[in-house]
Every structure is written in structure tokens, then in C-alpha cells.
Design a protein around this ligand. Structure first.
Ligand code: N01
Length: 567
């Protein structure tokens, strides 16, 4: 219910609001026309992607008064914003889907082996409708600030519409790759043509026919969109700072028989996924080292995985992500494929990655990415030795050379994992902001809570397997865990839950230890925060594997929620 402060609530809110605004240094005279939304919410969830939707479903099903606030005008999160040409999931759709409802997984029919963005968005809308979630979602509303009040043990949350809402629990379902990064290049605002970012693509697909397009970035978004843009653009200029490893996805329609067979055994596949490292049923832990076989046998194994498509290659041997020499065998196999595909030998060499071990950046999956460089209308501009000097009215300049185009596409990624959380000014009862506590890199307990920030939860936050796993599986595991914490608190009449600092420190150390036993930290990547100027370098995802992580969480629950403090 929306209302202007009623006289009954006035004293209480007067205090809270004054406190809230004085700290935020906003000159605002409370008492005049302040819009207070008095909803008696148990839970406020930020974001209506897959994490937010499942969290809402779970909360409402158990009788909690819960609502989502979402800045877009629809559900779907990643799949709502990333509408760029060629956008699709790099995990097969039979895996990349909710498992919490048997009815849902039986009645939804995936059409493509890898879900396309439109298909995934349809799925999100279908789920929203099926579980009647819309009535509890506030669209077009951005959460800007949140402050914990230790008198009421509640969060006071502010929206971009100048509304204030109180809730007991604040759940951040804000996504790991949801804050687009546009690099700070000189003159960036001077360009007079159309400007696009893959991470916030317009709903109406632009028509590139007959146009010259410049694209910056060759990560997953660039690798997916480049072949499609090249199909219609008169000219495509690709500005590449670092080449990337990419494997053929081998997309296809999903044969009906395969889909129905999978459905018959869904329980088995979901269990296999839960007990794997990356949360994908078919990628079970390998059993042999790359050096347990001869060179010829190894290449046969890589070739089989290459022909199969997807990320199978990475699961060929136990030591690909821990031993540089083992990794080199896979990396060279892929470089040779690039050399075989790209006709111009010098160009092929420029497309070969040498700067990082294969798999230590998110491995791209493509459809004819390298083949695209054989097209006459496509040019690679290698900016590894010389960055872009400036963007100007008609294009950009590199090393004094001018490149002209009609449209520019930034495929320049995201402020990953912490960007969306830090975009909300979250402060605890001592007035300390979460952003400032994360100045030297994020610290969390299990990627779920942060000590000193009571009743605040993150779904797939830093130091959890999220981005290194089948995301929806990790989302479900986190939502279930958070829900069990909240129910435990409620049934024992506690007011607050928080993570203990000591356990948080131990968890962060464990994360670092696990990561530093692998090759992951060697790459310059968003996993380390390297792509954002000024961001402290810190390996953020948990790479100990989905199954290990789940076992740790289960043990914590058995041990009376070890590391969490209820008061
Ligand atoms: O972003 P990225 P992305 N000048 O950070 C370049 C997921 N995803 O949107 O490598 C010039 O990977 C930058 O260069 P460099 C997936 O997890 C999934 O492509 O830093 N270039 C790089 O080439 C993925 O990992 C799918 O030297 C600049 C590119 O921009 C994550 O999202 C599809 C630059 C950014 O690559 C992010 O992928 C898409 C500058 N100033 C995304 N700044 C699926 O398939 C940046 N770059 C599910």
C-alpha cells in the first residue's frame, strides 16, 4: 500500500528518515510530502532475473510477505538486457533451466540445444506467469540505497522514485554480469553515430545493412555478435586488444526425442549436475592427466571434444587448469585450429591467444567466429600494442590512424560480481558502507552474507561458485540455503542473522588458497577485477567446485549454521 506518512507512524519514521537523509547529506525536509511505502514486507528482493524470481517464489510459497524491485520493465535479468545479435547461453538448455518444479521442467519444451536470448526470455516470462509472480514485482524501479536500522532490526530501502520501503530481509539478486562497463576513452561522448553496448542492447534490433560498424571487444559478447553483424554490415571493423580462446558451440535444434529422453531421466541428470564441479551433468570430473596418454592419443581426445562442441575439451584431463604444461597442450591444439581456419596466415597469428592459459578466462563458444575473418567486409584492427587514442565525431583514432564508421558497438563487458552490489549505497547501523568494506576486494561468508551487515543476503555473490558453474543450479542452491537461514531465524524468534567475521575470514582465505592452486589468477580477466580501472585485483569466484561447495554448506547447516550468528 502506498501512502503519505500517516500521523501514527510519523514519530518513528521521522527519526529514521532524518537519520537516513542526514547521513546521505540530502537536503530534504521530512514531514512535508514524503512518500513512504508501508508494506510490512518481510523480504525485499532486488532484481527479477532467475535468482530473484526463484527467491520470490520460495518466500511467497512459505507465507513470507515478499516483493521484487526491478529496474527493467520485465523479468529475465541477463536475458532481458543482453539482446545483442547472436546472444545465447553457452550451457545446454536441458541443463540451464530451473529444477525446482518437476511440472515446469516437464512441460517446458526447449527448441534449441543452447537457448537463444529470445527463447530464454520467453522461458523467464513463462515461469513468471506460471507461478503468478508478477503481482509481487515492482518494475521500472531501481533500488539506490539501503540502511540497516538497529532499533527496528529492519532495512530501510530507497528507490529512484524517492520512495522508502521497510523490510526485515534484503536479498540482492542483482546478478554477477549486470553492470555494463564502458571504457573511459577520450572523446567517447563525441561520436555522432549510433552507440550500442552488448550488455544493454535496445529492444528494437538495429539494422546494420549497408552500414560500417566498429566493434570494441572480443570476449564472449563480441565473439557471439561479430559473425551475425558481419552478415549484414557493409563493413565491420573489429578492434581487438586481446585475442580469446573460443571453441565451436555446434549449435543445433534440439531433437525432440533427445529432449523427451532427457526429461524421462531428469532426476538423474540433475543429480549428476549437483555432484559435478561445474554443475553440468555431462561434464563429470576427468580421471587422467594430460601426460598419462601419448601425444597422439591426447590430440584424438581433443579432436573428439572439438567435434562434439561446447566446453568438453576443458574436461578432458585432470590437470588442464592446474599445470601450465598440460594447459599448453590444449591451448596449442586450439591455436592450430585457428591457424587452419583463418586463411590469412598473419591475421590468424594475431587471433591466436598467448597471454593466458586456456580456460582461465571464460572460454567463449562460437558459431563460425574465426571463419568470419575470411570475409571481405571484415577487418581486424590489432590494438594490443597501441590503445585507442580517442573516439571522435565519425569514428576513432589508433596510433594516429583514423577509422570511420556509422555505428559503434561496445562489447566491453561488465563490472563483474561486485558492480551491481556496489551500485546500491548499502550501509549498516554504524553508517559503514558495504562498498567501503570491499575497497580491497569483496569479503563474504560463502558468497551469501557479509559480516556486520545483518539480514542482508546475496545470491551467488563473490566467493561462491556462481559464475564458475551452471548459474541456475547455483542460484537454486543459494536461494534454498538463504531460505533455510531465514526460516531458522524465524522459528527461533531471533531478530537478526549475520556472518561471523572469523568464519568469513577463514572462508575468504580458503577461496584464495583454492584459486592460487590453479592457473586462474594468471589471466587478466574480470574474475580478478582486472577489466575495471581502479578495481583491486582479487580472484572472486570460488573454484573448488559445485559439489564441494554444496557439501560444505550442508555441513554448516548440520553444524547448527556454523559461522552464522543469530541474535
Ligand atoms: O566481456 P569480457 P563480455 N579497449 O570482459 C575488451 C558472460 N557472457 O561481455 O581482454 C579495447 O569478456 C576486452 O579486452 P581485454 C561470460 O561469462 C556469456 O564479452 O580486456 N578493448 C575484451 O576483449 C563472459 O565472460 C555469454 O584486453 C577493451 C572485451 O572488451 C562475460 O559475460 C555471452 C577495452 C570484454 O570482454 C563477459 O563477456 C556473453 C578498451 N578500453 C557474455 N575495454 C554466453 O555465451 C575492454 N575491452 C552465455
Amino acid at each position: 500500500m502506498v501512502k503519505v506518512c500517516d500521523p501514527k507512524g510519523i514519530t518513528y519514521y521521522k527519526f529514521v528518515l532524518k537519520n537516513f537523509f542526514s547521513r546521505l547529506n540530502i537536503k530534504n525536509k521530512y514531514g512535508d510530502f514524503f512518500l513512504l511505502i508501508n508494506k510490512n514486507l518481510d523480504t525485499l528482493i532486488v532484481g527479477a532475473g532467475f535468482a530473484g524470481m526463484y527467491s520470490l517464489y520460495k518466500q511467497v510459497s512459505d507465507g513470507f510477505k515478499s516483493e521484487i524491485y526491478e529496474q527493467g520493465d520485465g523479468v529475465g535479468g541477463t536475458w532481458y538486457w543482453n539482446r545483442y545479435p547472436g546472444a545465447r547461453c553457452d550451457i545446454e538448455s536441458m541443463d540451464y533451466s530451473y529444477s525446482f518444479s518437476e511440472e515446469l521442467q516437464q512441460e517446458w519444451n526447449w527448441k534449441q540445444k543452447y537457448g537463444t536470448q529470445p527463447e530464454l526470455l520467453d522461458y523467464a516470462n513463462y515461469v513468471c506467469k506460471k507461478f503468478d509472480l508478477k503481482k509481487n514485482i515492482n518494475f521500472n524501479t531501481k533500488i539506490t540505497k539501503a540502511e540497516f536500522n538497529n532499533r527496528t532490526d529492519k532495512w530501510l530501502v530507497k528507490t529512484n522514485k524517492n520512495e522508502l520501503i521497510e523490510c526485515k530481509y534484503l536479498i540482492l539478486a542483482t546478478g554477477n554480469l549486470s553492470t555494463p562497463n564502458t571504457p573511459n576513452i577520450k572523446g567517447i561522448n563525441n561520436f555522432e553515430g549510433n552507440v550500442y553496448h552488448t550488455g544493454s542492447w535496445p529492444k528494437k534490433m538495429p539494422n546494420f545493412e549497408g552500414r560500417t560498424v566498429g566493434i570494441i571487444g572480443t570476449g564472449s559478447s563480441g565473439v557471439q555478435s561479430i559473425p551475425i553483424i558481419a552478415e549484414t554490415a557493409k563493413k565491420l571493423l573489429i578492434f581487438q586488444r586481446t585475442p580469446n580462446f573460443s571453441l565451436p558451440a555446434r549449435h543445433s535444434e534440439l531433437p525432440v526425442k533427445k529432449r523427451e529422453d532427457y526429461k524421462k531421466d531428469y532426476k538423474k541428470y540433475r543429480n549428476l549436475a549437483k555432484n559435478s564441479s561445474f554443475g553440468i551433468a555431462k561434464y563429470q570430473p576427468p580421471t587422467q592427466s594430460a601426460f598419462d596418454v601419448t601425444d597422439e592419443e591426447r590430440n584424438k581426445i581433443y579432436q573428439k571434444a572439438w567435434d562434439e562442441g561446447g566446453q568438453a575439451m576443458l574436461f578432458s584431463f585432470t590437470d588442464l587448469l592446474t599445470n601450465q604444461k598440460a594447459n599448453d597442450t590444449a591451448a596449442e591444439f586450439v591455436r592450430n585450429k585457428i591457424r587452419e581456419t583463418v586463411k590469412d596466415k598473419a591475421l590468424a597469428e594475431q587471433l591466436c591467444p598467448f597471454d593466458h592459459p586456456i580456460g582461465t578466462k571464460r572460454l567463449c563458444l562460437d558459431s563460425h567466429y574465426f571463419e568470419t575473418y575470411n570475409k571481405e567486409n571484415v577487418s581486424l584492427i590489432n590494438i594490443s600494442q597501441h590503445p585507442i587514442d580517442e573516439i571522435n565525431v565519425n569514428g576513432l583514432k589508433v596510433n594516429e590512424k583514423e577509422y570511420l564508421f556509422d555505428d559503434i558497438v561496445f562489447a566491453t563487458g561488465f563490472d563483474a560480481m561486485t558492480g551491481a552490489v556496489n551500485a546500491i549505497e548499502i550501509s549498516n547501523d554504524k553508517g559503514i558502507t558495504l562498498k567501503s568494506t570491499w575497497n580491497n576486494g569483496p569479503k563474504t561468508y560463502l558468497g551469501i552474507m557479509v559480516s556486520d551487515f545483518p539480514n542482508l543476503f546475496m545470491i551467488t555473490g563473490p566467493q561462491s561458485p556462481g559464475v564458475k558453474s551452471q548459474m541456475i543450479l547455483s542460484i537454486e542452491q543459494h536461494v534454498d540455503f538463504i531460505h533455510s537461514l531465514i526460516k531458522h531465524k524465524k522459528s527461533n524468534n531471533y531478530n537478526t542473522i549475520t556472518a561471523k567475521a572469523k568464519n568469513q575470514d577463514e572462508w575468504v582465505n580458503h577461496n584464495n588458497e583454492v584459486a592460487h592452486n590453479t592457473l586462474y589468477p594468471l589471466a587478466h580477466s574480470w574474475y580478478n577485477g582486472d577489466n575495471i580501472a581502479g578495481k583491486t585485483r582479487n580472484f572472486m569466484p570460488y573454484v573448488g567446485g559445485v559439489a564441494n561447495y554444496k557439501n560444505i554448506c550442508d555441513e554448516i547447516v548440520k553444524d547448527n549454521y556454523k559461522g552464522f550468528e543469530f541474535s
